[in-house]
Design a protein. Structure first.
Length: 937
């Protein structure tokens, strides 16, 4: 700690640096008057606390000096107080008899623990802990303490004896011993009580009789205890009543000895809870007094410095044989009214105490206990606050319930239990209230930047915007309720697009509250509603950022509600204009895309047709020339169109969107708010058109034209030896007609049916075989599981053969080349039937399943490549030339074809489900498209 920081911890230093002679005259008078008020109260409170009378005076010495050094209040006077005395008596009486040395030593332990606890609060910056003692709790406690103090003084006031200080015990003892009341003690107490109560009222008229003007606020009206105590001592001494009444007795003269409190670990541990309560109550009482006096002078009290000062005062009391101290409201008021300006008045008061301790302690020996009891009673009556109960009832009734409950529990269950119960009850009421926060829909007051409840004011709201103000902190106790209310209101209000949380009243959001906001953001997002925040305190922003809410929030975090509503209004206006512009742009984009796709498909189909014609010419024979090859290529155009359509679509969209980007038309659309999803919707009519055309061609036109082409090619190459018919492969060998259901690459055939005709074209023999295979050495077909039926003279004979030989020039290679048996040339219906038939014969179906799922998932393929084309145009290929786009499109298309060709055979070899093999290439381009769109959104 540097030297420059010392004045901050010793407020008296800067005060003395600016001290004036005029200040000292005021402080001197105030200190003397406060001293006269303090002396009888100190002795009386010592009597209440159960310690020797000199301990009460000791409590006004070092603690008062230490507070003058460290305290931030200029007028507050620290010393013994009634509430602390009561708490000490309630705590220490369980461990030792009152007025004993052991009893006094225990009080010094409490002093030290209380002082150290307050210092710990200051060092750990936990001074706010004292706020747990709310005003209703303090009021209830003080009212109960005043009642307990008054009741505890009844035995001394009346001269009866009570085994307990509990209210019921004292009242019972009073009623029981009513005939034995010491009349002299009662009369002495009653006279003293009457004088103390009437002194502030009779002094002003008496002063006017002698030519002085003293009103009821004059400091002289506060010295009644000193006047009454002096008169009582004089009367008791002169009348000999001190021999009949219980009096203070001998008070040792001299200053206190400095000695540490005893070290007893078990005792320290047992006293700790009570010490904490005494520390908290002392601090709250002291700070309240200091703040009240400071407000009158338009200054302020430093709560952190008060922790140091009150802690130091109690530690000083611990080492000088005193008991816990706090700020005294009555003596501080006297100091203020007497003109005290600085803590020097407290030093003057301490000097008065020193003089009394050194020279006048013998005067206290004749002071009756009944007078001390009267002084205590009058002092604590001023502590009672019954007006607050009515005030609390008018504001919040649960505050009144807390106050009454605290008072009753302190009275009947004890101070510590009562205070703890009051704190818990106030916390429970707080949680109950804050767990049901008020959530108000707000709107703009006309032509202002202010927003008020739509139920109380005539305000303006925006369609689609739900602005809700949360009038409470957002934390674990109310997070779920807030979330439910927001979701219900958003669902109830149709057409809501934006939910705005007005956070002007939110000072704290804990981890549960942040998780709730993240959850609310996600739930609203699923409903298509954005979440925004406004009027957020600057201290909350780091917490929101740490939770990641600033990155995932679907709306924005606005500086003010006015800015948020202006933004939403502008957005709504711009959205209306954009919707109209986008609606006008849709036909233009669709037409542009269709023209580009048509050109690309025409070019691709022309090239593929030319290459196919060259390939067919390589197979030319005497009977299969240019005309036959051209006819074959022309008839296979529908199938080739279907095969290239997806790539033509991709290249067409790439070219169309690229040309729009080059002319900045795409940029204009994006700037106007047209998202990637909206562009996809604009292309949807085009995709639906070409997809529908693809389905028609692939399912109805291509299979028929392909069979026709293949049959024509076979007939041209082999004459009448083979022909293709619908529903399978039919073969003709002179008088033989044969139908095959299936054939594989190794020459195995299934489902063989042969019809043999005679020369008159009449059916002569039928042969049915389950399967067959081609024998290369014998150059013939061997049919298995044969059933042969012959018709001779109208009679049918049938025989079953294990194997039957069939000679025919048709080879397995020729059969396998039949187009309508190749899966990629079949319709979905034919593929489905072929898969079903192959499964019944336990045949392989992988190729057919691949072709089938390729057809089924064609819409996903179309959409995936369209999205990919859009993604690269608005992303990496936004500013490149058309040549680079076209090159990229060709390689991207080839890449997709390569992935299909890679996973198709892999599915057969590794027994991968055909659906997965077809989905993988599609998924790759889908994910790539989505990633690029998100990156460039």
């Amino acid at each position: 700690m540097g030297l420059r920081e010392w004045p901050g911890y010793l407020p008296l230093i800067p005060i003395l640096q600016k001290y004036k002679k005029d200040d000292f005259s005021h402080d001197l008078v105030a200190g003397l008057i406060v001293g006269m008020v303090t002396i009888p109260q100190a002795v009386a409170y010592a009597f209440l606390a159960g310690v020797p009378p000199e301990a009460g005076l000791y409590a006004c010495l070092v603690p008062m000096v230490l507070y003058a050094l460290f305290g931030s209040s200029r007028q507050m006077v620290v010393g013994p107080v009634a509430v602390a005395a009561l708490l000490v008596a309630a705590t220490v009486s369980e461990y030792a008899p009152k007025f004993s040395d052991e009893y006094l030593q225990i009080t010094t332990i409490i002093c030290l623990q209380a002082g150290l606890f307050l210092w710990i609060l200051r060092l750990s910056r936990m001074g706010g802990l004292v706020n747990l003692l709310s005003h209703p709790v303090i009021t209830g406690f003080v009212n109960a303490a005043a009642i307990l103090i008054i009741v505890s003084q009844i035995p001394a006031f009346t001269g009866i004896e009570s085994e307990s200080s509990q209210p019921l015990s004292v009242i019972t003892a009073l009623v029981t011993a009513l005939p034995q009341i010491d009349r002299l003690t009662l009369v002495t107490g009653a006279v003293a009580l009457t004088l103390l109560l009437t002194w502030p009222r009779i002094l002003p008229p008496l002063s006017r009789l002698v030519g002085m003007a003293i009103d009821d606020t004059h400091p002289a009206t506060k010295v009644g205890p000193m006047i009454v105590a002096t008169l009582a001592v004089v009367w008791a001494t002169l009348s000999g009543a001190d021999q009949q009444l219980a009096t203070v007795g001998v008070v040792p003269a001299g200053l206190p000895e400095v000695s540490p409190p005893p070290l007893d670990f078990d005792l320290w541990l047992a006293l700790l809870p009570s010490s904490v309560v005494i520390a908290l109550v002392s601090y709250v009482e002291s700070y309240s007094i200091g703040a009240t006096l400071a407000a009158r002078k338009q200054t302020r009290v430093n709560s952190h410095q008060e922790l140091i000062a009150i802690g130091a005062a109690n530690i000083g009391a611990a080492f000088t044989g005193a008991y816990p101290v706090a700020g005294s409201f009555s003596r501080s008021s006297v100091n203020y009214l007497s003109g005290g300006r600085t803590p020097v008045s407290s030093l003057v008061c301490a000097a008065v105490i020193v003089i009394v301790l050194l020279f006048f302690t013998q005067l206290f020996s004749a002071l009756p206990h009944a007078v001390l009891a009267a002084i205590v009673m009058v002092s604590v009556v001023g502590l009672m606050d019954l007006k607050s109960s009515r005030h609390h009832w008018a504001i919040h009734r649960h505050d009144t319930l807390t106050e009454i409950a605290t008072m009753l529990m302190v009275l009947f269950l004890g101070v510590e239990v009562g205070l703890a119960a009051g704190v818990l009850l106030s916390i429970a009421f707080f949680i109950r209230t804050s767990s049901r926060p008020n959530i108000t829909q707000v709107g703009r007051l006309a032509d202002t930047e202010h927003f008020r409840s739509i139920k109380r004011y005539d305000v303006e709201t925006l369609p689609g915007v739900l602005a809700l103000r949360v009038d409470e902190n957002i934390y674990f106790a109310n997070a779920v309720q807030i979330e439910d209310k927001f979701l219900k209101r958003a669902q109830r209000r149709k057409g809501t697009k934006h939910v705005l949380i007005v956070c002007g009243s939110v000072n704290m959001i804990d981890a549960t509250g942040l998780q709730m906001l993240i959850r609310l953001n996600n739930n609203l997002k699923q409903a298509g509603i954005t979440l925004s925040l406004s009027d957020l305190k600057g201290t909350l922003l780091p917490h929101l950022n740490a939770a990641g809410l600033d990155k995932i929030i679907t709306g924005q975090i606005f500086f003010s509600t006015d800015r948020a509503m202006r933004y939403f209004a502008e957005e709504a206006r711009a959205q209306a204009e954009d919707n109209k512009a986008q609606a006008d742009a849709d036909p233009y984009i669709t037409g542009h895309a269709n023209r580009a796709i048509f050109v690309v498909i025409a070019v691709l189909l022309s090239l593929i047709t030319l290459f196919a014609l060259f390939e067919e010419m390589d197979e030319s024979q005497t009977t299969y020339g240019l005309w036959e090859a051209g006819l074959y290529v022309l008839q296979t155009l529908p199938r080739r169109f279907d095969e290239i359509l997806v790539y033509g679509l991709f290249l067409g969209y790439l070219i169309a969107l690229g040309s729009l980007a080059e002319t900045n038309e795409l940029t204009i659309c994006r700037v106007s708010g047209m998202s990637a999803q909206r562009l996809c919707l604009a292309l949807a009519p085009s995709m639906i058109l070409w997809l529908s055309l693809s389905v028609i061609v692939a399912e109805f036109i291509a299979p028929a034209s392909e069979r026709t082409a293949e049959v024509g090619k076979l007939q041209a190459q082999y004459g009448d030896d083979a022909l293709g018919l619908m529903g399978g492969l039919w073969l003709r060998d002179q008088q033989l007609y044969m139908r095959l259901n299936a054939i594989d690459e190794e020459g195995q055939i299934w489902g063989v049916e042969q019809l043999w005709l005679n020369e008159d074209k009449q059916l002569q023999t039928t042969i049915s075989a389950a399967s067959g295979r081609y024998s290369e050495p014998e150059q013939m077909w061997l049919l298995q599981d044969v059933v042969k039926t012959e018709l001779i003279n109208g009679a049918a004979t049938q025989e079953s053969l294990d194997e039957w030989q069939w000679n025919n020039p048709i080879t397995p290679e020729l059969l396998a080349s039949q187009a309508f048996l190749e899966p990629n040339k079949m319709s979905m219906a034919a593929l489905y039937r072929q898969i079903a038939f192959a499964r019944t014969q336990s045949l392989g179906v992988s190729e057919y399943e691949l072709a089938f799922w390729n057809r089924v998932l064609k819409p996903l393929t179309f959409l995936g490549l369209t999205l990919f084309a859009l993604a690269v145009v608005i992303g990496p290929l936004r500013e490149v030339g058309m040549g680079l786009r076209l090159t990229f499109g060709i390689f991207a298309g080839l890449g997709f074809k390569y992935l299909q060709d890679l996973f198709a055979p892999a599915a057969i070899v590794f027994n991968i489900p055909a659906l997965i093999a077809i989905l993988i290439p599609i998924a790759v381009y889908w994910f790539a498209a989505i990633a690029l769109i998100r990156k460039n959104a």
